[in-house]
Design a binder for this molecule. Sequence first.
Ligand code: 5GP
Ligand code: MN
Length: 346
Amino acid sequence: MDIDSENLSRLKSLLESGPKKIAVLSHTNPDGDALGSSLAWADFLRTFGHTVECIVPNRYPYFLEWMPGISGIRVFKDDKNGETAKFISECEIIFCLDFNCIARLEGLSEPILANKKAKFVLIDHHLNPPAEYDIAFSYPECSSTSLLVYNLIERLSGVSAITKEMGEALFVGIMTDTGNFSFSNLSAELFETVASLVRLGVDIPHIHSMVYNSFTADRVKLLGYALCKMETLKTNGIGVAYITLKESELRKFNFQQGDSEGFVNYPLTIKWLSMSVIFIETRNFIRISFRSRGDVDVSKFAKMYFEGGGHRNASGGKSFKSMPETVAYFRKCVEEFFNDPANLND
Ligand code: 5GP
Ligand code: MN
């Protein structure tokens, strides 16, 4: 990975200029890559003598609770006495990992934007980063932020600075963001990194099982239910599937945060499908996940129609309409999008 040397030396001098208060932030509904990259990066920063807190807007999924150091992560939504906001106001450096748009922090963006004195540093692999960072490590071609963090640590202090615990955290991010090594951007460098994590003692079958075989029976039943509800359509030769899950349906299966993680990928196992979408009703809006294969650009689709974005083949968005209205609007958008030659094979 070709990391900009000028940015690296600016980061190095920032980290070496005495102990500082630092926040390491990641996005709403933190996933394996958000948590893995943040935990490893925070551990690395602590070796410089800094006071570091990892902060996420809301809770992480229960099947990642085993990750080393995760109990030390501050969940902003659970912070009732304002301690986290106070810490943020005192921070001299704020790292933004695995997201680039401050709005993705939802309520946490308020105290972040109120801190005018901190240096903001971006470490991320999402498209279209805004220009508001003091230092930006933005690599959309990199398959995970965790892989980027590995490279940054290697360039700053060498591989010997990575402990087994940091390696485990990074492997969770690398594995989950590549769909267990099945999506695009599977570079030789990625596998070389994995090899070096194995040398550190990272036990791949164990971590795989902890992440993918740790669900409740209700979650597995909800998956079956969701897949039975799947609808498919074909527009201009492009196959699209979608699934809706209302709050009342989720309640029947004792839904816990993270339970629907990965559901959206299953319809793409159908040969003729190019795009899969899931609509999940939450208290205030409908959260949407988009996945696609090949040239179909769901980040463009999410941005155009659902106030979202992300990557070409994996994006998210929101709808503030009711479920039936959202689905009707979605079907119209699909028609429009795939009948526009500009959105095919570009
Ligand atoms: P997921 O469907 O797993 O929630 O998200 C898929 C990808 O899209 C992730 O990389 C995530 O960071 C990004 N993403 C999810 N929701 C949004 C959103 O509302 N805005 C933007 N810009 N990206 C999103
Ligand atoms: Mn990521």
